[in-house]
Design a protein around this ligand. Structure first.
Ligand code: NAD
Ligand code: DAU
Length: 353
């Protein structure tokens, strides 16, 4: 088995689905707290798949994590669980400190104890894979080269500071205890099951609902977009072949200004689902107050993972964004569950008895 944390969220769920799509794959124990960002509808297709074991719980719960490790004896842990939204971290940083820092610390300690008791090949094989972000490196100017793994950490938001802290803990557990870790720092993901608080799904759904498309500031902030399936394949490569104690940057070589991303989505929707009045969706674009401390540009230099492990993204932005828009058009039930909040009722239904 492997243990995945946060596997009911956007990237975690894609990872679990992608992993189990292979009929010969090992099973997954998936622990998720089911915060507002966790959605079991993302995993609905696994309902009858005995290889997927879901545990509703918190990575900060030491007793629960220890019990899971003893019971399922995973050969690896992939840690996705986190508070992930920058805007929410500005409004309320406490949960970010709790889950991203204290939660990761708890997970590391439980995992270290478990690993310490393993013997021989099991011990040698064990991996703790920490999933992190390019935001830990701070902000680039237009002229700066893309982030490499040796860039200094300069996090600017409560979210990125909490992720940076967790990365440091993971690093220290390797250097101090010899605990077998790998860390990946990835750029902005997009794709199926993305919660519509983030730019791309928010714009798709607001456009379809005739709502304004909010662009922060001048819309010239740059992000490096990666299709989520490519992030999952990169994690699998690193888990499989990454060198212990190393960090690997993952990115799509797809730098785009936010305003261009929004216009691209509008153009695809004009084609696939034209507005009833025949006008372009771009008319709904609305410039709004900028995010405080908004990082101007992120860009990932993904040469290390490419050279060492032979990984490259399969999707370009053009192919990935088209697939993504089409996915949202094809999933009215998922969208409705999220927009109305009814996806949260699952907990009540499931645990009532
Ligand atoms: P998400 O917010 O969609 O999902 C996070 C999941 O973690 C949710 O299912 C939530 O219920 C769960 N969770 C939160 N607190 C928990 C806790 N204490 N215990 C157990 N589960 C908990 O996030 P995402 O976008 O899927 O991101 C996953 C990971 O990837 C995060 O660590 C994030 O920092 C990192 N990352 C995200 C991106 C991106 O573009 N989304 C890019 C790079 C790295
Ligand atoms: O870079 C990786 C990071 O990407 C991950 O670590 C984070 O978990 C993930 O949320 C994402 O962070 P961003 O802040 O870049 O993503 P978000 O989708 O919130 O915003 C993308 C850009 O779009 C950013 O420059 C802010 C802008 N934006 C966002 C929203 C929600 C808007 O202009 N309008 C909006 O309404």
């Amino acid at each position: 088995m492997i243990l995945v944390t946060g596997g009911a969220g956007f990237i975690g769920a894609n990872f679990v689905l992608n992993w189990l799509a292979d009929s010969g794959a090992e099973g997954i124990v998936n622990i998720d707290k089911l915060t507002y960002a966790g959605n079991l509808a993302n995993l609905q297709t696994l309902q009858n798949d005995a290889r997927h074991i879901f545990v509703h719980g918190d990575i900060g719960d030491k007793a629960l994590i220890a019990k899971i490790l003893v019971e399922y004896r995973p050969r690896a842990i992939v840690n996705f669980a986190a508070e992930s939204h920058v805007d929410r971290s500005i409004h309320g940083p406490a949960e970010f400190i709790q889950t991203n820092i204290v939660g990761t610390f708890n997970l590391l300690e439980c995992a270290r104890e478990y690993w310490g008791a393993l013997q021989g090949g099991d011990k040698e094989r064990f991996r703790f894979h920490h999933v992190s972000t390019d935001e830990v490196y701070g902000s680039l100017s237009l002229a700066d080269p893309a982030f490499t793994e040796t860039n200094p950490y300069e996090p600017n938001s409560p979210y990125s500071a909490s992720k940076a802290a967790s990365d440091h803990l993971v690093r220290a557990w390797f250097h101090t205890y010899g605990f077998p870790v790998v860390t990946t720092n990835c750029s902005n993901n997009y794709g199926p099951y993305h919660f519509p608080e983030k730019l791309i799904p928010l714009v798709i759904l607001n456009a379809l609902n005739g709502k304004p498309l909010p662009v922060y500031g001048d819309g010239q902030q740059i992000r490096d977009w990666l299709y989520v399936g490519d992030h999952c394949s990169a994690i699998r490569e690193v888990l499989d072949k990454g060198r212990l104690g190393e960090t690997y940057n993952i990115g799509g070589w797809n730098e785009k200004a936010n305003l261009d991303v929004v216009k691209t989505i509008c153009g695809i929707l004009d084609e696939l689902r034209p507005r009833a009045d025949g006008k372009p969706y771009a008319e709904q674009i609305t410039f709004v107050t900028d995010r405080p401390g908004h990082d101007r540009r992120y860009a990932i230099d993904a040469s290390k993972i490419e050279k060492e492990l032979g990984w490259r993204p399969a999707e370009t932005f053009d192919t990935g964004i088209r697939k993504t828009v089409q996915w949202y058009l094809d999933q009215p039930e998922w969208v409705e569950g999220v927009v109305t909040g009814s996806y949260r009722d699952w907990l009540e239904k499931q645990y009532r008895h």
